[in-house]
Design a protein around this ligand. Structure first.
Ligand SMILES: *Cc1c(COP(=O)(O)O)cnc(C)c1O
Length: 459
């Protein structure tokens, strides 16, 4: 028998009560939020699949760790625990805590990028690319073409296309490329992994061209789980071993600990190069805090250190990815077009395929996310043309091939019954698709417009 059950390796000790709303209340709420799910009040939301960031459920051990916070300004015991954990689990020798992932991206970009540089990556991430641009760099997408094709079932859509890297070096020269940024379980591609064999090729390529390899390691454990399931030679390795191997192939890392590591806030910049560490320590005091807390409380560093250890547990990861796959399978049974293979942290609805009558300039994914909220109080997120923003030189919208709505699953938070509600709601919205109207901006922020932009329905 093909075993598909994925039950969790934990039980529930405490619950958070939710408010139930009526359709009329939700219609009013989304109107007031300018049809942007980021602007809804969370108490008006029933099942919150906006993000997996900072919304995981901490374990009893992590909460116990919170009580062990050493809130000294300098040299907190929890910092040394965190630093040792990063060494033991992720291989990096030096750790600089930051308030979250983008704090680490800011410091790294400022140190390494000069005006006119190019930074290749396996698909952009919103804050990562913006920090590269603010530092004077230009992001260059070097992910394989399959990643931009929602119909492709390539098992490692996060892989890098080495030909694209070669072409970039021919065009601009390797001295204009300070580093390559490789994300594990590529968020914007739908939570898709990179293979170890591809990462090894990238490592060799970096060595040949003497270019640094930086790891956006926000979802490294989920990536490791996919390698264990899909890549030859890794079936008998633990997630923990694979995580260590991935990290060892890279020189430095930015981490948002709000994802894999299941804490509510925090992040770090990690590296093996002592000189880079020194420069990061100089900058972290400007933007974050002293280098032994970097914007985090001692208790948060303790919960993070414990969360890192829990995140690489095989049973945890099987349940985590199993729940996401359950949602994917059930949606497919209802004929919902989604990105395949299923992602590590989310299922992505193909909004363009569902709202065929809404052209991309009227933001079909944004409209679909709003409609899903009105249907059932499920909050999702647009990942399409609104998120992609505008080209910083021409001012034109970027029109990404993928126009998606992301159903992101928080870690250890919702039950299988919640997933069933989500499936029924999406199916209902699809049935009523023709009644959903496109949107236009009534307020468009200059940067990261998806967070605070406001829309109205076009008549
Ligand atoms: C969340 C995220 C970041 C930024 O981290 P924050 O903690 O939100 O600042 C960077 N890269 C990826 C891939 C992410 O998912």
């Amino acid at each position: 028998m093909d075993k598909q059950s994925w039950a969790e390796p934990y039980k529930i000790k405490m619950v958070e009560l939710l408010k139930m709303t009526t359709r009329e209340e939700r219609e009013k709420a989304i109107e007031e939020a300018g049809f942007n799910t980021f602007l809804l009040r969370s108490e008006d939301v029933y099942i919150d699949l906006l993000t997996d960031s900072g919304v995981g459920a901490m374990s009893d051990r992590q909460w116990a760790g919170m009580m062990m916070g050493d809130e000294s300004y300098a040299g907190s015991r929890n910092f040394y625990h965190l630093e040792q954990t990063v060494k033991d689990y992720y291989s990096y020798q030096f750790t600089v805590p930051t308030h979250q992932g983008r704090g680490a991206e800011n410091i790294l970009s400022q140190i390494l990028i000069k005006d006119g540089d190019f930074v290749p990556g396996n698909m952009y991430f919103t804050t990562t690319r913006l920090h590269q641009e603010l530092a004077g760099g230009t992001f260059v997408d070097v992910i394989i073409d399959e990643a931009h094709d929602s119909a492709s079932t390539h098992p490692f859509k996060g892989n890098v296309d080495l030909d694209k890297l070669n072409r970039l070096v021919e065009e601009v020269g390797s001295e204009k490329i300070p580093y390559i940024c490789i994300a594990t379980c590529v968020n914007m591609a739908g939570g898709q992994p990179i293979s170890i064999s591809n990462l090894k090729e990238v490592r060799r390529w970096c060595d040949q061209h003497q270019i640094m390899l930086v790891h956006d390691m926000t979802r490294v454990a989920e990536n490791a789980y996919f390698i264990q399931q899909r890549e030859e030679g890794y079936q008998n390795k633990s997630v923990k071993e694979i995580v260590y191997e991935i990290c060892s192939l890279t020189d430095a890392a930015t981490m948002s600990s709000k994802k894999d590591a299941m804490v509510n806030i925090g992040g770090f910049l990690a590296m093996n190069d002592a000189e880079l560490y020194e420069r990061a320590c100089e900058l972290v005091v400007v933007y974050e805090g002293l280098h032994t807390y970097g914007g985090m409380a001692g208790r948060d560093m303790e919960a993070l250190a414990i969360g890192i250890k829990e995140s690489v547990d095989d049973a945890h990861m099987a349940a985590r990815i199993g729940q996401v796959a359950y949602l994917g399978r059930e949606l497919e049974k209802h004929g919902v077009p989604i990105v395949k293979p299923y992602g590590g942290h989310a299922i992505f609805l193909d909004a363009q395929a569902i709202l065929k009558h809404v052209p991309q300039e009227n933001f079909p994914a944004q409209a679909l996310a709003a409609a899903l909220y009105v249907e059932s109080g499920v909050r999702s997120m647009e990942r399409g043309v609104v998120s992609a923003g505008r080209n910083k030189d021409t001012g034109e919208n970027y029109y990404p091939k993928l126009e998606l709505v992301r159903l992101t699953i928080p870690r250890r938070v919702y039950t299988q019954a919640h997933m069933d509600v989500v499936v029924e709601s999406v199916a209902q919205v699809m049935e009523d698709a023709e009644s959903i109207k496109g949107l236009e901006f009534i307020y468009e922020p200059k940067m990261l417009r998806f967070f605070q932009g406001r829309f109205k329905q076009i008549s």
